[in-house]
Design a protein. Structure first.
Length: 325
């Protein structure tokens, strides 16, 4: 494997890494994953439903006020929790994946220290990935709000349709923007964790590794295949669990079982959010392994890292780089 790899081979390498480190990553990432779970539960169970159902009746100003409050909660609470939790969980996963590829044994103390050092740069990288999608989702909410104005300002009804179509387009562009930025910035987390580059230098270093040079192709194809693999894996797990819960009517059963318990409203929300939480937990280490695999592929292609690793392995009889097998 210590050679230039095609896009499919990069994905295969990431899956092999995932199988090697999955259990330890889960144990190391359990505390930060609780932050991610809390953010997703808050988003799916309490915030998103209130975007589509209002307690204000026919009072339009109060309806707009509710939407503004929910949007502010997403920006100031959910998004920071999600980014910090993901960075906290991805750090140990990437350190383990990198050391596994190099064949190094890593004590827990060193693992936590290396992950902590990369924290600020990793948070900045994830923020840059989320930012475009967030912008277009905000634009969609604005268009939805504008779509209600013709009814109250005696404007042509055609504007209602126009704003509604603009809102749909903004949502689509949000998903496309997130996908595109994830494809472009997929190397940034690995650079931040493995090389301990300061946050302001991560993008320049990742860009130099990813770009095309002469006969060396760009990293875009490997990144595209990797992102598609992540999306397919996530949705397969999530919707598989949703269908399973629906078949066994688990939501209604939980409502019935918890009817007399305090805070009984929480339990149905937990069941409803569980497919997203489980899929995120299982796919997140794969995303870390994918970023690390693409990183090492680029280092091999552009900097001859395989030669350096061979030289190092020849000096240490008790070490054999996993990529050389």
């Amino acid at each position: 494997m210590i050679r230039p790899m095609g896009p499919g081979e990069v994905v295969d390498a990431a899956v092999i890494l995932y199988r090697r480190i999955a259990l330890r990553v889960f144990l190391a990432g359990l505390p930060p994953l609780t932050v991610v779970w809390a953010a997703l539960l808050l988003l799916n169970g309490f915030i998103l439903p209130r975007f589509f159902t209002s307690q204000a009746g026919s009072d339009v100003s109060r309806q707009y006020g509710e939407v503004v409050v929910m949007a502010v909660a997403v920006l100031l609470l959910v998004l920071p929790m999600l980014i910090v939790g993901l960075a906290w969980a991805l750090g140990p996963a990437m350190v383990l994946a990198s050391r596994s590829m190099r064949g190094d044994r890593l004590p827990a103390k060193v693992l936590n220290e290396e992950a902590r050092r990369a924290g600020p740069a990793l948070v900045a990288s994830l923020f840059h990935i989320f930012l475009p999608g967030l912008f277009w989702v905000g634009a969609a909410l604005a268009m939805i709000g504008l779509a209600t104005l013709p009814e109250f300002l005696s404007l042509p009804r055609a504007l209602d349709v126009l704003f509604s179509l603009a809102a749909v387009l903004a949502v689509i562009l949000g998903f496309v923007g997130f996908f595109q930025m994830a494809r472009i910035l997929i190397l940034d987390p690995a650079v931040a964790v493995i090389e301990h580059v300061p946050a302001r230098q991560v993008r320049a270093r990742a860009k130099s590794l990813a770009k095309r040079e002469g006969r060396i192709p760009a990293a875009a194809d490997s990144a595209f295949y990797g992102i598609v693999t992540l999306l397919v894996s996530y949705n397969f797990l999530r919707w598989g669990l949703v269908i399973l819960f629906s078949v066994f009517e688990l939501n209604s059963r939980v409502v019935e079982w918890t009817a007399r318990l305090p805070f009984r409203q929480i339990f149905p929300a937990l069941v409803e959010a569980f497919p997203s939480l489980a899929a995120t937990t299982l796919v997140l280490p794969l995303a870390a392994c994918l970023s690390v695999a693409i990183y090492y592929d680029r280092r091999v292609r552009k900097e001859g890292l395989d030669i350096d690793l061979l030289a190092e392995d020849s000096l240490y009889a008790d070490r054999q780089t996993a990529l050389l097998n």
